[in-house]
Design a protein around this ligand. Structure first.
Ligand code: KIV
Length: 261
């Protein structure tokens, strides 16, 4: 039995922390699933991490669906959630239903994630949930609004901003979201929101008071060219890969590989 959205709420009640990592292709998806991750997110960070864009804005629905299909084939246990790319859901609830519907039908994902909360997005979430599409919200630093924020800056530092983020999180819960990502906000604000909500919060750069944590997989593997200050690198695959490639080049050039030359 794979992880369900209902299980996530039970885990919150039991204070069992939830783990989330991103994946954009089959091999990594299979590895992180078999290692025991709870949720695999095909994040729109795909645009920057996997496709080399400067922001998440250029990513299309077709591109994320293409990657999510590969991830689906690797994920057997975890809950699979896919991001709605920029301008594939903000125009109207109908546009959101069409885009999210395509994601569920074409990839086999169990839910979608979208950015923003209040008031327009809450109505969209409500309509998605009414047609049976599970939704994960995302508030705080929402990267699709990078130009409005003037960079990838911490949000919720003033009392006005904090009040707005709290209102957004509550509106998303009331609209039926099954969970909410809290990105790059002060830890006391994230803890406050976590205590106010019945649904689990998943933090990224939001301190240890959330119900779960999400990171970008290439950051934890040491594969990212640039990474946010709150990410933790658990291993250095950049070094491992560089060494392996250099060794291969040397062995081929010196006639040591393949053996028996
Ligand atoms: O796109 C993404 O990878 C995300 C997570 C970092 C939360 O939204």
């Amino acid at each position: 039995m794979s992880v369900t959205t209902q299980q996530l709420s039970q885990w919150k009640q039991q204070s069992r922390r939830i783990t989330v990592l991103t994946a954009y292709e089959y091999a990594i998806a299979q590895l992180i699933d078999q290692a025991g991750i709870d949720i695999v997110l095909v994040g729109d960070s795909l645009a920057m991490v996997g496709l080399g864009y400067d922001t998440t804005l250029p990513l299309t629905l077709d591109e994320i669906i293409h990657h999510a299909k590969a991830v689906r084939r690797g994920v057997k246990q975890a809950l699979l959630v896919v991001d709605l790319p920029f301008l594939t859901y903000q125009e109207s609830p109908q546009q959101a239903i069409h885009s999210a519907g395509r994601i569920l039908k074409e990839t086999g994902a169990q839910g979608v994630k979208l950015e923003g909360g209040y008031p327009a997005m809450a109505e969209t979430v409500s309509q998605l949930v009414q047609v049976g599409i599970p939704v994960m919200g995302h508030v705080g630093l929402t990267p699709q609004s990078v130009h409005q924020f003037g960079g990838y800056r911490k949000q919720g530092k003033t009392s006005d901003q904090a009040a707005r983020i709290i209102a957004e999180a509550i509106a998303l819960e009331q609209a039926g979201a099954f969970s909410i990502v809290l990105e790059h906000i002060p830890s006391d604000l994230a803890q406050n929101i976590t205590q106010k909500l019945g649904i689990p919060t998943i933090g990224i750069g939001a301190g240890g008071g959330c119900d779960g944590q999400v990171l970008v997989t290439s950051d934890i593997l040491g594969l990212s060219a640039r990474q946010p200050p709150f990410a933790k690198t658990y291993t250095n695959l950049q070094q491992t890969i560089t060494q392996a490639v250099q060794e291969f080049c040397t062995e081929v050039r010196e006639g040591k590989f393949p053996p028996g030359n």
